[in-house]
Design a protein around this ligand. Structure first.
Ligand code: FAD
Ligand code: SF4
Length: 511
């Protein structure tokens, strides 16, 4: 007996939000459709763990929906009837089921929004019911302005959602920001309190991906897969984070170490970005920890964490929708260089880069400061074209979806937007890495030297960056000082720096 449904509702791989109002009622005339399509797995070369995590989360989400009594149709990557195109698959099902309506949720990516608008011009998508700020609110905030400060936005969000504010809408603790307490290095002999989650077996999904011949990067142990792919696991991870990591989150937020791959970070980004968990659930849980035990959870830990989700995450999404599609081609410095080939292997003698890249290949994860001040910093100093940098970040990280990847990479990290996201480029010499990590201790290069065979490449590339971009940066009030220092250096020293930087750029593959 052929099945008939009146309405087909599409669920994308990053729309696994069981709390969506779509699922509040059981309706036998509705079929929910999820599909694994090749084009989504191949528009950039993804980390194998990212593809496994998404397919695995989708399959388990479909099973949960079905267990609640909804009708679910799931098209796997190797199913013979899969046409690997959302629209073609949907049209075929529509004809087969004699359905008269297709519905979809607002996609998070510009590329997909444009695709669905073209494919279904008469359909208005429904809200994905995940973010705390609507696209329209953002457009209004950015209207007529070149920049809109994250800090201003964040304070508005604290008041709007009544997070860490008192009855007069003033910040609890008397300050909106406790960043100055949060820049500590990991103490020597520190015993980490965080533990590894027990891994799940994802061999079946992994085998399907191999069979489909999807090109991927990175490593995986399919029998011990440690990313959260269900809502239950995401809630467990949140509890684990609150219990073990939150008490030190803020203090060691910017620290880096060879001894631990996520330190006191939450690893919630994947679960958040595929919507297994809602940002307000995370924020309220963290706030509750503070209210119940302010001795253990000091305000700098709590505020530092909440700012990432209530502030940065929402803000980046706002920038994305306010500035796309132009944002994707911004290249303020006109950078042209290629990414060194060792970005794909980690085979470099530079310890910070070796560690951050090898860890990314191993876990599909690096924490924020590794992404910003190691790999991102080096790419910017080298003058790599932002398209190459974007492709690398979009592929390698478990949490990389364009709305949050490109704003962080092209905007915050590469300053290719000329100052929409940040007021100055995040660049540094070896001094920053040395201050915030133990990488320099085990490095073949010397963090204190500029010249000579063992000199850390960051040190001269740093000056070279400022010098070559002088016309674009000199008038920036947060940078002007750098040029005063440069001008005082003397011609001979300046020449030596230029020559050393040119040599490094020429021999970057051998660093
Ligand atoms: C060059 C670069 C590329 C990045 N690409 C991505 C990306 O593709 N996807 C992504 O989710 N994040 C990205 N980030 C932001 C941040 O590095 C990650 O969100 C974070 O490392 C994820 O790990 P976590 O869950 O342990 O984060 P935690 O440190 O525990 O932070 C908690 C949560 O805050 C949010 N958050 C923190 N910082 C940011 C930020 N700058 N922008 C948006 N949300 C933030 C995330 O949802 C994160 O899960 C990028 C940062 C940089 C510098
Ligand atoms: S010396 Fe330079 S290259 Fe080596 S770890 Fe330190 S900053 Fe990185």
């Amino acid at each position: 007996m052929p099945q008939h449904f009146k309405i087909i509702r599409l669920i994308l791989g990053d729309q696994l939000n069981i709390q969506h109002t779509w699922f509040n009622t059981l309706d036998p005339s509705v079929a929910y459709v999820l599909m694994e399509v090749k084009c989504e797995s191949e528009y950039v070369t993804h980390h194998i763990q990212k593809v496994v995590a998404i397919f695995s989360a989708m399959r388990q989400f479909a099973a949960v929906l079905a267990s609640h009594g909804h009708h679910v149709h799931y098209i796997k990557i190797n199913d013979p009837q899969n046409q690997h195109d959302f629209c073609k698959n949907l049209e075929e099902l529509k004809a087969q089921w004699q359905a008269h309506e297709i519905a979809y949720q607002q996609p998070d990516e510009y590329r997909l929004e444009a695709y669905f608008k073209r494919a279904f011009p008469d359909i208005t998508p429904v809200d994905a019911q995940h973010f705390l700020t609507s696209k329209e609110e953002f457009k209004a905030l950015f209207e007529g302005k070149k920049t809109y400060l994250m800090e201003t936005f964040y304070r508005k969000m604290r008041v709007k959602h009544q997070v860490l504010v008192d009855s007069a809408n003033q910040p609890i603790g008397g300050k909106w920001n406790f960043d100055q307490d949060n820049r500590k290095k990991v103490p020597k002999h520190h015993q980490f309190l965080t533990t590894e989650l027990k891994g799940e077996d994802c061999s079946e999904v992994y085998e399907d991906i191999l069979k489909a011949k999807i090109e991927t990067i990175g490593n995986i142990n399919p029998r011990q897969f440690h990313w959260t792919t269900t809502r239950t696991e995401a809630m467990e991870l949140l509890e684990e984070f609150v219990d073990k990591a939150l008490p030190l989150f803020g203090t060691l937020q910017d620290a880096m170490t060879e001894n631990h791959w996520y330190l006191y970070h939450s690893r919630l980004s994947f679960a958040l970005n595929v919507k297994l968990i809602h940002p307000l659930e995370v924020i309220r849980r963290v706030e509750q920890a503070y209210v119940e035990d302010p001795e253990r959870y000091s305000l700098n830990q709590i505020e530092g964490f909440i700012r990432q989700i209530l502030g940065w995450r929402e803000y980046m999404r706002g920038i994305y929708w306010a500035k796309m599609p132009e944002f994707a081609s911004l290249n303020y410095f006109g950078n042209k260089a290629a990414l060194p080939s060792w970005f794909w292997t980690g085979n470099t003698k530079m310890n910070c880069l070796r560690h951050a890249i090898k860890q990314s290949l191993e876990h599909a994860y690096a924490h924020h400061i590794q992404r910003l001040m190691v790999t991102g910093n080096f790419a910017l100093l080298l003058g790599v074209h932002p398209d190459h940098v974007d492709r690398w970040y979009l592929g390698i990280y478990i949490d990389a979806f364009e709305w949050v990847e490109i704003t962080n990479t092209r905007g915050m990290s590469q300053f290719a937007d000329g100052g929409i996201v940040g007021s100055k480029p995040y660049v540094s010499s070896a001094a920053y890495v040395q201050k915030m990590s133990n990488y320099c201790e085990g490095c073949s290069y010397n963090y204190q030297d500029k010249f000579g065979e063992k000199a850390c490449p960051f040190n001269t590339l740093y000056w070279d960056f400022y010098v070559r971009n002088r016309p674009l940066l000199e008038r920036n009030p947060r940078i002007g000082m750098m040029y005063k220092v440069w001008d005082k250096m003397g011609e001979a020293q300046q020449q030596k720096i230029r020559e050393k930087a040119a040599f490094i750029k020429q021999h970057v593959e051998t660093l």
